[in-house]
Ligand binder design. Structure first.
Ligand code: IPE
Ligand code: IPE
Ligand code: MG
Length: 255
């Protein structure tokens, strides 16, 4: 398999990671419990969670992280009570209306991945506008995963690939990993080096299941609204202690 055509796959070419993760992917969990603990409505936790987003974007930018991907709404979060879903959608709209200029000033390039067809037209317009307005920035690639699911992503990639190359349906034995990569929603980014999940749960909840194949997984007890620069530093410190072998032995790495 030629390495030049497959820069993003840890299973096809062996990456050479540095001390600071190039790509950090975060499940921002625990907003509801943060609020409930304070006898506040869950919605208060989502509002406070936005402040944590700002802190983490700034901290990652300062530390030279190139890609930051945040899980904001999963394909399964529609199962929540309609009032909470509606609140989250309104919050998304308000954030796009108010925060994009600030992000752009910080040199952030914004992308949104997920099945956006489920969102109302106004929200989709705001997303398109924010993506277009920040597309010349390159200090930090910030991606929001919204109505995103790892299984959705793999299926949509497969469907798109087969629609473009119908001959592959006749000869599925010709399908190779590298062929699917350009169709995945995160095709523009390297695979995450570091995954962080706040809120104490130790599960992936359908986030980036393809790309996390060799990602270092970091779980912490802090609820998302309490997360910030200090916690990012702790995660990075832990990351530096990992020996990323990608299938090889320790002796091979150190020999
Ligand atoms: C994460 O916090 C935010 C979203 C899923 C939108 P939660 O809302 O899941 O908070 P907990 O896990 O119930 O505390
Ligand atoms: C994952 O959190 C999704 C987001 C943070 C957006 P959930 O709170 O939905 O995950 P589960 O249900 O506890 O696995
Ligand atoms: Mg949760």
């Amino acid at each position: 398999m030629p390495s030049s055509t497959t820069p993003g796959s840890s299973t096809l070419t062996i990456p050479t990671p540095g001390d600071i993760p190039r790509h950090v992917a975060i499940i921002m969990d625990g907003n509801g419990r943060w609020a409930t603990k304070r006898y506040l409505p869950r919605t208060a936790g989502h509002i406070r969670g936005l402040q944590a987003v700002r802190r983490v974007v700034e901290a990652c930018g300062k530390r030279g992280v190139e890609y930051l991907t945040l899980f904001a709404f999963s394909s399964e979060n529609w199962r929540r009570p309609p009032e909470e879903v509606n609140f989250l959608m309104r919050l998304f709209v308000q954030t796009l209306e108010k925060q994009v200029d600030k992000l752009s000033e910080q040199g952030v390039r914004l992308r949104v991945v997920g099945d956006l067809s489920a969102f109302e037209p106004h929200l989709r317009e705001l997303i398109d506008d924010a993506v277009a307005r920040t597309r010349h920035n390159s200090a930090l690639h910030l991606t929001i995963a919204a109505n995103y699911g790892g299984r959705w992503d793999i299926l949509q990639a497969l469907r798109t690939m087969l629609a473009k190359h119908p001959e592959l349906s006749q000869h599925p034995e010709n399908i190779e990993e590298a062929m699917l990569l350009p169709y995945l929603a995160m095709a523009f980014a390297p695979e995450p080096d570091l995954f962080i999940r706040t809120g104490g749960e130790q599960r992936i909840s359908n986030f980036m299941i393809w790309q996390l194949a060799y990602t270092e997984l970091y779980f912490c007890e802090d609820f998302w609204p309490d997360f910030g620069a200090r916690q990012i530093e702790a995660a990075f410190e832990w990351y530096r202690t990992r020996e990323r072998r990608f299938g090889r032995t320790s002796a091979q790495l150190n020999g």
